[in-house]
Design a protein around this ligand. Structure first.
Ligand SMILES: Cc1cc2nc3c(=O)[nH]c(=O)nc-3n(C[C@H](O)[C@H](O)[C@H](O)COP(=O)(O)OP(=O)(O)OC[C@H]3O[C@@H](n4cnc5c(N)ncnc54)[C@H](O)[C@@H]3O)c2cc1C
Length: 401
């Protein structure tokens, strides 16, 4: 395995980082202390600049106007963009749109691509992915209750979803709904494209998360689907393939999330070290002279390095042998990196003292908004159980040694 970064990619990554450092970090405090719609016009100007610099849509194929990066390459880009909470949004590869683009690209009809995918890739509209429900376990989506009943040439969708990220202001939702309750567990649901302007689509509320009300792209909504009618042409992929498509959507997404979290770790680490060396504690001696702090720094560095190599190896495996070969690795990095991130951000806050809890640094934002990493895309326990089961299966199949 060779993780050295080829020249042209290194150049792209360095351009991306320079853009964030020059144009975004100086405005980050303003962005963090204002709601999404207040800052959207400025974010749009920055997006235009990203396009002008040829850095737009790193994850998407060139045929869609993207940079056509591989899973590993986009992982490295994600690490750079994770440096600020706005990196992915500004480069057009933010969740949940990036996953929806991938779904539409892979499974959409020509008409669906023309209507939804192309404007999405141009950043002209936003989308959301509506699967989790308040009344059924999100960690087991085979138990969804939301129904889509086919009559004539349309589906009628009835149900309630929540934690639909970025639904506020989105043009359409990709909704997971049960189309055949009698089918086998993994074939009960389908995915449907639902314009948010459809009659019966109602955002009940943006759910406050860790005390933050949420708005626009930076929100998580509860949505009522009250007899929402969509034409059969809005079925995404085959009927009954909803679960399969959801897995496809999450595969590369997990690598990109993990590398984004590594980017967050690096930013928190940098802030921790700068604060430790600049804060004078007693008689002019800096905080960094304390062994406790040196321990935080060493433990954080070791954990970030280990986590980063694990993610790169998983991405490399996907690029070389496909997703199936990397299943265990993907589960391992999903819980491992999320926990490393929480620990590193927590230590960085500790080193900052009370300052760490304010909006004067990005740390409190990361602490509040990234806690979800241990829950979404499969909670820690689900990934640990899945990885453990697969590893043990290998031993059981070996028979008695
Ligand atoms: C920030 C954020 C953004 C999100 N965005 C979206 C989105 O855009 N679209 C969408 O559809 N959903 C979204 N979600 C929802 C997310 O996918 C679910 O929260 C997740 O799947 C867990 O489902 P649940 O909350 O219903 O928890 P439950 O399924 O009720 O699980 C609760 C807890 O039980 C434990 N648990 C679960 N299964 C097991 C097991 N097998 N063994 C042991 N313990 C277990 C875990 O500790 C878990 O946290 C988002 C969530 C968050 C936090």
């Amino acid at each position: 395995m060779d993780f050295s970064i080829p020249g042209p990619l290194a150049e792209t990554l360095s351009h991306a980082r320079a853009f964030l450092d020059e144009a975004v970090l100086p405005r980050e405090h303003h962005f963090l202390t204002h709601e999404f719609y207040e800052i959207e016009p400025e974010l749009s100007l920055l997006r235009a600049e990203v396009k002008r610099r040829g850095l737009w849509l790193p994850q998407a194929p060139k045929s869609l106007g993207g940079l056509g990066l591989s899973v590993l390459e986009h992982g490295l880009m994600s690490e750079v963009l994770g440096r600020t909470p706005y990196g992915h949004y500004l480069f057009g590869c933010q969740a949940p749109d990036a996953g929806n683009m991938e779904l539409l690209h892979q499974f959409g009809t020509d008409a669906q691509k023309a209507q939804w995918l192309l404007p999405l890739t141009r950043g002209e509209l936003r989308s959301c992915f509506s699967m989790t429900e308040p009344e059924t376990p999100g960690s087991n989506p085979t138990e969804l209750a939301c129904r889509a009943v086919r009559t004539g040439d349309c589906f009628t969708i009835t149900g309630r979803k929540w934690f639909t990220t970025a639904a506020d202001g989105a043009a359409f939702a990709i909704v997971m709904a049960v189309t055949n309750p009698d089918a086998t567990r993994h074939s009960r649901a389908s995915q449907l494209i639902v314009p948010t302007s459809a009659e019966g689509f109602e955002i009940v509320r943006n759910i406050p998360v860790m005390g933050h009300p949420g708005q626009g792209w930076a929100s998580h909504s509860e949505i009522a689907y009250r007899d929402v009618k969509v034409p059969i042409a809005n079925l995404l992929g085959p009927e009954g393939a909803g679960f399969l498509l959801a897995q496809e959507r999450l595969g590369p997404g997990r690598i990109h999330h993990c590398m984004r979290w590594i980017g967050i770790c690096e930013r928190a680490f940098e802030l921790m070290c700068k604060r430790a060396t600049s804060r004078r504690l007693d008689q002019g001696r800096p905080l960094s002279h304390k062994q406790f702090i040196q321990g935080y720094v060493a433990e954080s560095r070791a954990a970030i390095n280990a986590a980063r190599l694990m993610v790169l190896e998983a991405a490399w495996k996907i690029d070389h042998a496909g997703f199936a070969a990397a299943r265990v690795d993907i589960s391992l990095i999903k819980f491992f990196v999320a926990n490393v991130m929480m620990k590193v951000v927590d230590r960085a806050i500790q080193v900052h003292g009370a300052l760490g809890l304010t909006t004067d640094t990005v740390l409190a934002h990361y602490y509040a908004h990234e806690r979800g990493a241990r829950i979404y895309d499969g909670p820690d326990e689900v990934h640990k159980a899945a990885a453990g089961r697969r590893i043990l299966d290998g031993y059981a199949n070996d028979g008695d040694a």
